[in-house]
Design a binder for this molecule. Structure first.
Ligand SMILES: [Zn+2]
Length: 101
């Protein structure tokens, strides 16, 4: 299954390179990586609790996997400047702490 088209993949790879993500794998020193074919959405919560918050704030990310040892590194697409609706998502993240005050 292919989720990203080649233009999208190239845009992400270019953004990673432009932001200096070019060093070898921090675990094994390998220089070959693969971009995972899809996006991750890491949810986070304001404090530790036993409750799972559904629909709370999250960080959209892409992941790169080391082709030798499988080390995964995640990169926030907002920091890479490739978030399609970056203004909307920043507003959503900024609104969350206000709701808890
Ligand atoms: Zn590695």
């Amino acid at each position: 299954m292919v989720n990203m088209n080649s233009q999208e993949r190239n845009k992400i790879i270019q953004a990673l390179e432009n932001h200096g993500a070019r060093l070898p794998c921090p675990r094994c020193g390998n220089n070959n990586f693969s971009l995972i074919d899809g996006y991750f959405n890491h949810s986070f919560q304001p404090q530790i609790s036993n409750n799972v918050i559904i629909g709370g704030p999250s960080i959209p990310s892409v992941a790169v996997v080391c082709n030798r040892c499988g080390f995964l590194s995640y990169h926030a697409v907002g920091a890479l400047g490739i978030l399609p609706t970056q203004t909307q998502n920043n507003e959503q993240i900024q609104q969350e702490p206000k709701a808890n005050n």
